[in-house]
Write a protein that binds this ligand. Sequence first.
Ligand SMILES: Cc1cc2nc3c(=O)[nH]c(=O)nc-3n(C[C@H](O)[C@H](O)[C@H](O)COP(=O)(O)OP(=O)(O)OC[C@H]3O[C@@H](n4cnc5c(N)ncnc54)[C@H](O)[C@@H]3O)c2cc1C
Length: 246
Amino acid sequence: MPEAGLEVRLIDKTENPVAVIYAACRQCYSSMFAGDIYKDALASEDMEKAGDFIRKVVRSGHESPLEHVKFTFAIKGVSRALTHQLVRHRLASYSQQSQRYVKESDLSYIIPPSFKKDEKLRAKFLAAMETIQKSYNELTGLLKEKGVEGEKANQDARFVLPQAAETKIVVTMNCRELRHFFHHRCCTRAQWEIRALADRMLEICREEIPEVFSTSGAKCVELGYCPEGRKFSCGRYPLRSDVIRS
Ligand SMILES: Cc1cc2nc3c(=O)[nH]c(=O)nc-3n(C[C@H](O)[C@H](O)[C@H](O)COP(=O)(O)OP(=O)(O)OC[C@H]3O[C@@H](n4cnc5c(N)ncnc54)[C@H](O)[C@@H]3O)c2cc1C
């Protein structure tokens, strides 16, 4: 029964993202045709002008042009607890490994750091994983004796599987949604596992399009204050009430 670790791989993205966003932004303010703006931007060796324009537009909050560029990530080594939170972000596309079609005969799992660093907690957690695996195997075995096999057996036996169960998922988000995702999930209030995923995705996005993502992160990073309130704030930024009067 192996322990799994996070892996995030960018497997696809919109080609020429800066030129695409630039053309979409400029179309709003120009009498020129975006088709020509895009062509000219690509022909120009100097993308700095396009980059500066995009930075200004992003700062001004005019974000709809960012929707034309998308990123597809292949993600593995995350728990079902994480993907349950991830798929709450509705403006995205998901394809997740099925527990009906894929039998969990050798359950991989994610160990929370608080269990990992304490020998007693770790042992208790690993024992629970073993018990679950045993029950799952027994249930699929008993179902087989009754003539129920394959996905029909898996779909019922999976009811005993833990939220710690490792899963794999493909996620596609456009840049506007990615920024929104980072606002919420790079925040210290976010649960540790989805925060680690968001931090890694942000790192990749920054490398790919710094024009859009260099200032992205938790909400506070862009707002300059923490909107979470005193009880939940990590203290990195002043509270909203310290900065804004209403
Ligand atoms: C720290 C933290 C704690 C959380 N705790 C809980 C919890 O205890 N229980 C719980 O159920 N959830 C919880 N959530 C999940 C949270 O409520 C959201 O479901 C999740 O963050 C997705 O956010 P979203 O709806 O803004 O995102 P998306 O679905 O990605 O939507 C992006 C934006 O599009 C717009 N939008 C999308 N769909 C609609 C719509 N139907 N109508 C109008 N506008 C729309 C909104 O402006 C929205 O912000 C938590 C999230 C965080 C970050």
